[in-house]
Design a binder for this molecule. Structure first.
Ligand code: NAD
Ligand code: IPM
Ligand code: MN
Length: 353
């Protein structure tokens, strides 16, 4: 079993260190770890945020554990050299089109949610975000019109095959949960979304046991805070899914809690090849302080063990240890507590059983 560890920038290395300690504690037989440079750190060392050797390392592995990328010092580089291109490049080059972003309330955290506890208690949603298309990967550019006005553009598009394959992932996920799927789009305005909706409806014919609904993204953002408990699985495009998942994190209590899996079609000896990362970024505002919450990173490791390495038991042990840590009130500054990154890592390690 080969895992590529790509820590990245900012708090990336700090939270990766805690996930690494948890992984080491499991003493998995036959596990081989590789470490690669990615993001701003890779740009500084190799002149590129996603060096060829890092991409090759990812390809040669059964799974990638990814920290976070992003460095304010790189924000004025040409776009193709910016740290964020590393995560986009990996998702695209590795064909990781299905992004699973679960958001579930943890026992003991109801009062830490940005929502009232009786509303927050109900949240248990899986956001299925398409990850290889949309405005992220359409033609983009800057131009100046003949009369001297600067204009930036990013083309939004999806083809039916792209929508169909993510719809299948979402329907299958719903079948394994409460069998409710809400497709989120902006079909009242966007042609991209009209096609999205049409294809999701067509795909639904193959899943008669799943109840499908549709919601415009603006309403979905509102409903997510009004009554998040109404959602089981949500499926949406790259941009809407990015935004809704950050929003869902604060319904749970902190962006430092939400993990994700990016999956494609490639199967390994043990499961589905994937890349696993917290949904948050490099948090430059708190980097180097030892205060970042490593929970999302550790929970991403659990998702890796489940989906890519077929180790459901180990995944469940890690998730239970994180849940127990939270329930025991060992909280970071993001949740109103005072436990640092290392202390939270220690607490999780002490609860692995
Ligand atoms: P961010 O998610 O990095 O931070 C947003 C806020 O949440 C900050 O106040 C930060 O301190 C806090 N936060 C984030 N993770 C936390 C954690 N684990 N514990 C405690 N607090 C946490 O988003 P941003 O500030 O918009 O972006 C910073 C950089 O990260 C940018 O360069 C951005 O492009 C990049 N980014 C990268 C990824 C990724 O690597 N997948 C994801 C999002 C943003
Ligand atoms: C995320 C991030 C990335 C995204 C950025 C850093 C490219 O916000 O993983 O949620 O928009 O997908
Ligand atoms: Mn995001």
């Amino acid at each position: 079993m080969k895992i590529a560890l790509l820590a990245g920038d900012g708090i990336g290395p700090e939270i990766m260190a805690e996930a690494r300690r948890v992984l080491d504690a499991l003493s998995l037989p036959g596990l081989v770890l590789f470490e690669g440079d990615v993001g701003g750190a890779a740009y500084k060392r190799h002149g590129h945020p996603l060096p060829e050797e890092t991409l090759e390392m990812a390809r040669a592995s059964d799974a990638v554990l990814f920290g976070a990328v992003g460095d304010p010092a790189c924000d004025n580089l040409e776009r193709h050299l910016r740290p964020e291109q590393a995560v986009l490049g990996l998702r695209s080059a590795l064909g990781l089109f299905a992004n699973l972003r679960p958001a579930t309330m943890f026992a003991g955290l109801e009062d830490m949610s940005a929502l009232r506890p009786e509303i927050a208690r109900e949240i248990d949603v899986l956001i299925v975000r398409e990850l290889n298309g949309d405005v992220y990967f359409g033609e983009k550019g800057m131009r100046t019109t003949p009369d001297g006005v600067r204009e930036g553009y990013d083309i939004m598009s999806y083809n039916e095959d792209e929508v169909r394959r993510i719809a299948h992932v979402a329907f299958r996920a719903a079948q394994g949960r409460k069998k409710r799927l809400c497709s989120v789009d902006k079909a009242n305005v966007l042609e991209t979304s009209q096609l999205w909706r049409d294809v999701v409806v067509e795909t639904a014919a193959e899943y008669p046991d799943v109840t499908l609904s549709h919601m415009y993204v603006d309403n979905a953002a509102m409903q997510m805070v009004r009554n998040p408990g109404q959602f089981d699985v949500m499926v949406t495009g790259n941009l809407f899914g990015d935004i809704l998942s950050d929003q869902a994190s604060m319904c749970v209590g902190s962006i430092g809690l939400l993990a994700s899996a990016a999956l494609g079609e490639r199967q390994t000896e043990f499961g589905t090849f994937g890349m696993y990362e917290p949904i948050h970024g490099s948090a430059p505002d708190i980097a180097g302080q030892g205060t970042a919450n490593p929970s999302a990173m550790i929970l991403s490791l659990a998702m890796l063990l489940r989906h890519s390495l077929g180790r459901e038991d180990d995944a469940a042990v890690i998730e239970a240890a994180v849940a127990k840590t939270l329930d025991d009130g060992i909280l970071g500054a993001d949740l109103g507590g005072s436990a640092g990154t290392r202390a939270i890592g220690d607490a999780v390690l002490g609860r692995l059983k």
